[in-house]
Design a protein around this ligand. Structure first.
Ligand code: PRP
Length: 214
């Protein structure tokens, strides 16, 4: 039975495919030249499915995919993690979840009256973080482009992914605290660990040796 692998579309897909190629898993056709989302592989023992990162845990949790690769940020936010195991840190897609404020702000908490308005798509992570800080916040959920929220006076600060920091800088913001270090992780459906034990273990161990040797 083919192992179904859910992959995060977007900026880490290329790095994921390079990793998979190193363990002998390659799509039969050029992904860039196709609008398809499901790809057979040359090895035939695997099937690749491309989706939004936030859907990867859902597909794996319900067993529609046996394994999945997505960012730790997505796993931290996902509603439930009871249906899958996190098996491997793939050490790609490295970035941080950080707080960021308008450039030059001394202390954002001191500069606002009332609860701090925080714009983010990382609602769970942010709520936990500010609670640990003992700060009263009002979380404003956005799907993206958090960077403009402070200048539009929607929020006092944001919580977002930071890689190079260029996006923050270009929007008049500066990074402050790191909330979590992020990399891509391999997750495995709980049932597939039993029903496809050999396929899953072969796949995990092959990836582990590639990751450890790079
Ligand atoms: C992420 C993140 C920032 C940007 C940070 O967005 O939300 O906007 O990357 O990268 P930088 O520090 O190198 O500038 P992404 O491009 O992944 O798209 P998204 O808005 O869909 O999350």
């Amino acid at each position: 039975m083919a192992l179904v692998i859910a992959l995060n579309r977007g900026r880490i897909l290329k790095q994921c495919l390079a990793l998979l190629a190193k363990v002998g898993i390659e799509p039969v056709e050029d992904m860039d030249a196709s609008r398809k989302l499901i790809f057979q592989t040359r090895s035939q023992g695997h099937k690749l499915v491309i989706m939004r990162g936030s859907d990867v845990p859902t597909y794996v949790e319900y067993g529609a995919a046996d394994v999945g690769i997505t960012g730790k940020d997505t796993l931290l936010e996902s509603a439930s993690s009871s249906g899958y195991y996190e098996r491997l840190d793939l050490k790609i897609g490295r970035c941080r979840i950080m707080t960021a404020v308008p450039k030059g702000t001394a202390s954002v908490a001191a500069s606002v009256a009332g609860p701090l308005r925080v714009a983010t798509k990382f609602v769970k992570v942010s709520r936990d973080y500010f609670e640990r800080q003992g700060l009263q916040v009002s979380i404003i959920r956005l799907a993206g482009t958090m960077e403009i929220a402070p200048s539009m006076d929607l929020a006092d600060c944001i919580v977002d992914l930071v890689d190079t920091g260029d996006t923050l800088k270009a929007n008049g913001l500066e990074p402050r605290e790191t909330i979590a270090e992020i990399t891509s992780r391999l997750i495995v459906n709980r049932a597939s660990m039993k029903t496809k034990f050999d396929e899953v273990e072969d796949f995990v161990e092959a990836l582990r040796s590639v990751v450890n040797s790079s």
